[in-house]
Design a protein around this ligand. Structure first.
Ligand code: NAP
Length: 262
């Protein structure tokens, strides 16, 4: 039990990476509050997770709702030891085809809401707590159509370092987990049918040195490391969990067998 007697808050804990992390945290002995907007999936998640979970409907972009959610979690389970600011949305924002509203929605959800989630949590954190923010390889890759998403996740990396500096006097750590492509509902139509998912997996596999799509538990296990005392001296870091996609693109299958150019 790596999280015995620990209390955690996970935003977006009703789906994908957040739900996988909530499951693992409960298995490891934590009491876990999860938030999201969708009441039905929150209730289903809470039922599955059992008595050590609390589901709270809270839109992460609503500052007052997040302040109330964090207070409710702390009231039920005690002060927080772990915050995983995970809630996020995708969103295409290509040059030439993007409205201000679409761009701002991605930034508001993936960047601004992450700041205000952490700000809401700070008064309810135990000294020595661990805060983990969810980043993305897309902050590094220059994928066409992803300006707002890439900017939001690059902003998360930059912001984490500042937060870590501000919270170090209390022994609170702030780190980022940066997933590669992971099998979750976030991919929408790209993975909605078995045929679409197969084609998508094949495309991701070409550019990923290790396997193709990652699984939610590749991320949840890394978040567990960052949340637990095993990472006690890790501060202000970003850990890429992407099968090597950002660190060694030339090791990907698409390049294998090609002789290097001088
Ligand atoms: P997902 O299954 O679609 O989960 C997204 C979660 O965020 C849901 O629980 C959703 O709950 C919540 N959420 C979205 N907007 C919200 C809001 N305004 N307020 C509260 N909750 C909100 O996708 P996922 O892949 O697990 O994504 C989780 C995080 O991982 C995101 O930050 C994403 O950018 C990041 N990530 C994912 C991948 C990947 O390939 N899957 C790669 C890199 C990074 P409700 O719908 O109920 O609000």
């Amino acid at each position: 039990m790596r999280l015995a007697n620990k209390t955690a808050l996970i935003t977006g804990g009703n789906s994908g990476i957040g739900l996988a992390t909530a499951r693992l945290f409960v298995q490891e002995g934590a009491k876990v509050a999860i938030t999201g907007r969708n009441q039905a999936t929150l209730e289903a998640a809470a039922k599955e997770l059992g008595a050590n979970a609390l589901a709270i409907v809270a839109d992460a972009t609503d500052v007052a709702a997040m302040e109330a959610a964090v207070a409710q979690a702390a009231q039920k389970f005690g002060k927080l030891d772990i915050v995983f600011a995970n809630a996020g949305i995708p969103g295409q924002t290509p040059l030439g085809g993007t409205t201000l509203a679409a761009f701002e929605q991605v930034i508001r959800t993936n960047l601004t809401a992450v700041f205000f989630t952490v700000q809401a949590a700070v008064p309810h954190l135990n000294d020595g707590a661990s805060v983990i923010l969810n980043g993305s390889v897309i902050s590094m890759l220059g994928n066409p159509g992803y300006s707002a998403y890439a900017a939001s996740k690059g902003g998360v990396r930059a912001m984490a370092r500042v937060m870590a500096a501000e919270l170090s006097p209390r022994g609170i750590r702030v780190n980022v987990v940066a997933p590669g492509a992971i099998r979750t509902p976030i991919w929408g139509a790209a993975t909605a049918t078995p045929e679409a998912e197969k084609a998508f997996e094949a495309r991701i596999a070409l550019s990923t040195p290790l396997r193709g799509l990652g699984e939610p538990d590749h991320i949840s296990k890394t978040v567990l490391f960052l949340a637990s005392d095993d990472s006690a001296h890790v501060q202000g870091q970003e850990l890429f969990v992407d099968g090597g996609a950002t660190a060694l693109p030339a090791g990907a299958p698409i390049y294998r067998g090609q002789s290097p150019r001088q």
